[in-house]
Write a protein that binds this ligand. Structure first.
Ligand SMILES: Nc1nc2c(ncn2[C@@H]2O[C@H](COP(=O)(O)OP(=O)(O)O)[C@@H](O)[C@H]2O)c(=O)[nH]1
Ligand SMILES: [Mg+2]
Length: 397
């Protein structure tokens, strides 16, 4: 959502509130907050059989190859069909595992039509060697259809490992440059002027070029889809964690307004009026976005070889690696002594200049704002600590 659009939404909400039309205000806010949840993002993964498509699909969704929701891997492709794999925490984000063009024996143009290419936001073409004739033809067809595609050279961990064994003076950076140049030269020979190739290991997304792929996709997506991608992305570096935090932070004022508009309910034991059910929902979203739920943490443990216990040991907030419930939220709010200031309305107008929320609503706004901001900070900090811990031991691998 761009600034202008955001301003229009804010203005509508403000008008509704000023006319004392709380339900219209709440409806507007809810509609705005739901919008993102319903923006579809469809990513097509293609490449020859055995190149690592299904493994990439699983890894991108943060799912282990052995998980029951996983795309089956290590099998020779026999089916001509495409299989959609929704992201476990973001069902609007779907990765489509497409059979290799060689498996289907369609020519490239028929291939795209057969799979209704219009629905895809972009294509990722995967190869575990230099890119072959089929990859190139497909890329050219995709280009003709004015869709975007990205070349991913997979299984880089294998290349690095075998280079390490065979070279007396192994230099990882040099090995990576060679693989990249090799792929790029091959593509240039086939007529791509300045192809970009991302080196990826689906087993270790935090290494090599996956973060560059993430940045490129984010940059090249239409603006309204950027946060959808960002939040669903695995947190493979500190930068992504920070970007997620920023994206989540920008939404807090809307939740606070929602709470103000519907009139938060005074919570026994804490002198704050907030919509606890809403907070439970939002905090659960934070936990998922940062990969701080137990399944995500287990997968991180597995992929980095750092035991889960050691990852859990660096977590400080009482919200990570837990099921978020109303009781837990209230307990944490109480223990942190989060309060809403008396001069609530003033602080609100500092947060949203010129908004002019009535003082009675200000309390609920501010309580919700404080709670969500505090929790988001805590969870983002945990995410960073967990990530650093996970990598700390990984340097020897
Ligand atoms: N070492 C390593 N192996 C991989 C990687 N990606 C896939 N593989 C392995 O390569 C084989 C084929 O992968 P799969 O995902 O089934 O390929 P697909 O046929 O393109 O879907 C499987 O045995 C995977 O475990 C990777 O990044 N690193
Ligand atoms: Mg497969």
């Amino acid at each position: 959502m761009d600034i202008k659009e955001e301003w229009v939404v804010l203005k509508e909400i403000k008008e509704a509130l000023q006319n004392n039309d709380q339900s219209r205000a709440a409806e507007n806010i809810q509609k705005y907050l739901d919008k993102e949840k319903n923006i579809p993002l469809n990513i097509a993964i293609t490449g020859e059989s055995g190149s690592g498509k299904s493994t990439f699909v699983n890894s991108f969704r943060g799912i282990d190859n052995r998980d029951e929701r996983a795309a089956p891997t290590g099998v020779v492709e026999t089916t001509m069909e495409v299989t959609p794999y929704p992201h476990p925490n973001y069902p609007n984000v779907t990765l489509w595992d497409l059979p290799g063009i060689g498996t289907t024996s369609f020519p490239a143009d028929k291939y795209l039509k057969h799979f209704e290419f219009e629905r895809f936001d972009f294509f990722i073409i995967i190869s575990d060697t230099r890119f072959r004739e089929n990859d190139v033809k497909l890329a050219q067809e995709i280009q003709k259809m004015e869709k975007k595609f990205y070349f991913v050279r997979s299984k880089i961990d294998n290349d690095v490992r075998s280079e390490k064994r065979s070279q007396r003076e192994f230099n990882e950076e040099r090995t990576l440059v060679q693989i990249r140049e090799n792929c790029i030269k091959g593509l240039q020979k086939k007529g791509f002027e300045t192809p970009q190739v991302f080196l990826v290991s689906s087993l270790e997304l935090h290494l090599y070029d996956f973060h560059l792929l993430e940045e490129t996709l984010e940059r090249e997506l239409p603006e309204h889809k950027r946060d959808v991608l960002l939040l669903a992305m695995p947190s493979v570096n500190l930068e992504i964690i920070n970007k997620k935090k920023k994206a989540l932070k920008s939404k807090i004022k809307y939740y606070a307004m929602l709470s103000a508009a519907v009139g938060g309910v005074p919570v026994p034991g804490i002198s704050l009026a907030v919509d606890i059910a809403m907070i439970v929902g939002v905090v659960t979203k934070y936990v998922f976005a940062f990969g701080l739920d137990i399944p995500s943490l287990s997968r991180l443990a597995q992929s980095t070889g750092v035991p889960l216990d050691e990852l859990l040991a660096v977590i400080l907030s009482p919200l990570a690696a837990k099921k978020i419930t109303a009781e837990l939220i209230m307990k944490v709010v109480q223990s942190l002594g989060i309060t809403a200031a008396l001069m609530a309305a003033e602080e609100v107008s500092r947060l949203i200049p010129g908004f002019g929320i009535p003082a009675a609503m200000g309390l609920s706004f501010l309580s919700t704002y404080r709670i969500l901001s505090t929790f988001l900070d805590m969870l983002a900090d945990d995410a960073q600590r967990v990530f650093k811990r996970a990598l700390g031991l990984n340097t020897s691998v």
